[in-house]
Design a protein around this ligand. Structure first.
Ligand code: C2E
Ligand code: MG
Ligand code: MG
Length: 644
């Protein structure tokens, strides 16, 4: 490089501030101490220049000049890193605290101050323990922390600490030891965040998951957890344990007549009274609806459970003041005892339920202890127990079977037919469970559900533009005799905003002969509002012909048995003919049920039946299938009209 000027070597011949200043120093024989940039092949390099006139051995000037250059790249990088670290330290959402090897604070960041309330000046020189310890952890907790730090060099965990203002909070803390070259800890760095808010949210969610929101009592889940635990304990100690199941009597009546608000109040009040009657170590839970359960984890003998049961019956005896009325909330109780009546939680709950069922049958306001014989002697038991939960578990569904107008060929209405899909029993036909439900007040709940569901479906079809003029809903005699039936129907219609003309109620013929005055009044009331009344399975209870003329009805449904025998027995033909004639005379419409063959259809139409219903035309279907069916019949009817 000899022969080249300094400027050419260092600055590639260009004139920069540094090059100019350097030239001045060289020319003047002065020292040069400066930082600047050096142009190199791949860019620029930060450098420190140190230069001065070159002296000879005696220190006299030789006229030469020495210049040394030091690469500053690494220094600059370190500076940038430190700057970044300081910035991160300050702006971190997490609190950071750095202590020396004795654990005394050397530095804290702003987040530390905002979480703990201690300013940096208050923290320096103190140990975090001195400032923050809450007394919530045992000495072993801290000992374990230090052990981990010494052995592994780090520790993580949840710590409850105290802020400067005295408030407790939970932090998630992670500590690392910074070691010096011989392996000893030089400093400790603690990083933590305040997780109190998250803890509170967690606790709240936990509470929601394990408690009944209405009464604040344990829910089924918590009850089952506790029962499992209590069972293990009972097994170890060889002590009995009791499960009591409660179901309020006639709760539904309160709900229906006074409204859900009153029902809720009643449940709350009952929850309080029950809570008051059990001990702290017992678990009282609400399983939903009007069902409560009590776990008595420690009893000396089965008699203890009966004692508690009697106490509960007694507690509910006094009337409750709800919605300005005096109500009585009696209950039925079923008891199952470990180990006599079961060793698993499922078995005990199930058998307590069986005992409850027996209590309900024995009459209201009673208690009954599980008796294995009830179970063996009653085939319907499983069915009835399952049925009790069918509604709340959404196991019921309505299917709809079209009725076709004999003249126009259009869908004139559909009949709603209930189906019960039980996970354990499969699809149970209504013929099996309706009869069973009719033996208890369950039929009223099921009937209400069906009516409500049918009205809801009417509004859905209406919104989708599916032309179904009318839905017929089956009503059992027991339902009709229940209190306030007509009002309930009208209320349901009003709630769904449908017209009374869109609803038809199918009632059995026997109603015309039993309890005639009451039935007559209800029919009159419903018809006055515009609801159609149909008599189902007409012709089977033949004594009714004489009542028919007096009764306000709109439709007769000719029983399937006559339709089925139309072809082989002329007798059936005459019966159908008579019914149709009678109906015409009384201005009542007829529907023939169970039409399965073309022959039957032809004969029924020839006899003048107004509507046809049966597998030949369409089977009962899920609601979603009806749009297509209506469309099919509309097209068929149009095609037929065009042919004429
Ligand atoms: P139902 O009211 O007389 O209903 C007609 C029954 O005949 C239905 O049986 C229907 O599926 C069936 N069916 C329709 N077309 C034909 C056919 O062409 N051939 C034959 N063999 N059968 C046909 P499902 O659905 O099993 O209902 C049986 C009974 O259960 C009903 O008789 C009714 O008394 C009762 N039921 C159904 N749903 C309800 C309900 O929501 N409430 C009440 N209280 N009772 C209901
Ligand atoms: Mg029917
Ligand atoms: Mg019928």
């Amino acid at each position: 490089m000899t022969g080249q000027t300094l400027n050419e070597v260092l600055f590639a011949g260009s004139v920069t501030d540094t090059s100019r200043e350097l030239q001045v120093a060289i020319d003047g024989g002065e020292r040069f101490n400066n930082e600047g940039w050096l142009d190199v092949k791949h860019g620029r390099l930060p450098v420190a220049f140190l230069g001065g006139p070159l002296p000879d051995v005696e220190g006299k000037s030789t006229g030469g000049y020495v210049l040394s250059l030091r690469d500053l790249s690494e220094t600059r990088r370190t500076e940038a890193r430190l700057h970044l670290a300081a910035h991160v330290f300050d702006s971190l959402a997490e609190a950071m605290v750095i202590t020396d090897e004795r654990g005394l604070i050397q530095s804290v960041n702003p987040a530390f101050s905002s979480i703990t309330g201690f300013r940096e000046s208050e923290a320096l020189g103190h140990s975090p323990g001195e400032l923050l310890q809450s007394g919530q952890h045992k000495p072993e907790f801290y000992a374990e922390m230090w052990r981990a730090l010494h052995e592994r060099g780090n520790w993580q965990g949840e710590v409850i600490n105290r802020r400067k203002n005295g408030e407790l909070y939970t932090e998630w803390l992670s500590i690392s030891a910074l070691r010096d070259s011989d392996g000893g800890a030089k400093q400790y760095v603690g990083l933590f965040s305040d997780v109190s808010a998250r803890k509170e949210a967690e606790a709240f969610i936990h509470h929601l998951a394990y408690h009944d929101p209405l009464t604040g009592l344990a829910n089924r889940r918590l009850f089952c957890d506790r029962l499992e635990m209590a069972l293990r304990q009972a097994q170890r100690n060889d002590r009995p344990l009791a499960v009591l199941m409660l179901d309020l009597d006639r709760f539904k009546v309160v709900n229906d007549t006074l409204g859900h608000m009153a029902g809720d109040l009643l449940l709350k009040e009952v929850g309080l009274r029950l809570q008051f009657s059990v001990r702290d170590c017992d678990t009282l839970a609400r399983f939903g609806g009007d069902e409560f359960a009590i776990l008595v984890p420690e009893i000396n003998s089965p008699e203890d459970a009966l004692l508690i049961g009697r106490k509960l019956l007694q507690a509910l005896k006094a009337s409750l003041a709800i919605a300005g009325r005096e109500l009585f909330a009696s209950t039925s109780i079923g008891v199952a005892i470990f180990p006599e009546h079961g060793v698993s939680s499922e078995e005990l709950l199930r058998n307590a339920d069986v005992a409850l069922y027996a209590a309900k049958h024995a009459g209201r306001n009673t208690m009954s202890v599980f008796d294995p014989q009830t179970f063996e002697s009653n085939d319907d038991l499983e069915l009835e127990m399952g049925l009790r939960h069918a509604i709340e578990r959404n196991e019921l569904v309505l299917h709809y079977q079209p009725q076709i107008d004999g003249e126009s060929g259009l869908v004139s209405g559909v009949e709603a037919l209930v189906r019960w899909q039980n996970p354990a029993l499969g699809l149970v036909p209504p013929g099996r469970f309706i009869a069973l439900a009719e033996q208890t007040s369950l039929i009223e709940d099921i009937g209400d559900w069906c009516l409500n569901e049918a009205c809801r479906q009417i509004t859905c079809w209406q919104a989708e533009g599916v032309a179904i003029p009318r839905v017929a809903v089956n009503v059992s005699a027991r339902q009709l005799r229940g209190e306030g039936f007509a009002e309930r129907v009208m209320e349901t219609i009003r709630q769904h905003g449908i017209k009374p003309q869109q609803l038809e109620l199918e009632l059995t013929e026997s109603l015309l002969t039993e309890d005639t005055v009451h039935t007559f009044e209800i029919f009159k009331e419903l018809r006055a509002q515009g609801i159609r009344i149909a008599i189902d399975d007409f012709g089977t209870g033949y004594s009714s012909l004489k009542y028919l003329a007096d009764f306000p009805v709109d439709v007769l449904k000719i029983d399937q048995s006559f339709v089925a025998r139309l072809h082989e027995q002329s007798e059936s033909l005459y019966v159908v003919q008579a019914i149709v004639m009678l109906a015409k005379g009384l201005n009542i419409e007829t529907v023939a049920e169970g039409v399965e063959t073309e022959d039957q259809r032809a004969q029924l139409l020839a006899l003048g039946t107004n509507h046809l219903q049966g597998y030949l035309l369409a089977r009962p279907q899920a609601a979603a299938a009806l749009a297509e069916i209506v469309e099919r019949f509309t097209l068929l009817a149009e095609a037929k009209r065009n042919r004429r």
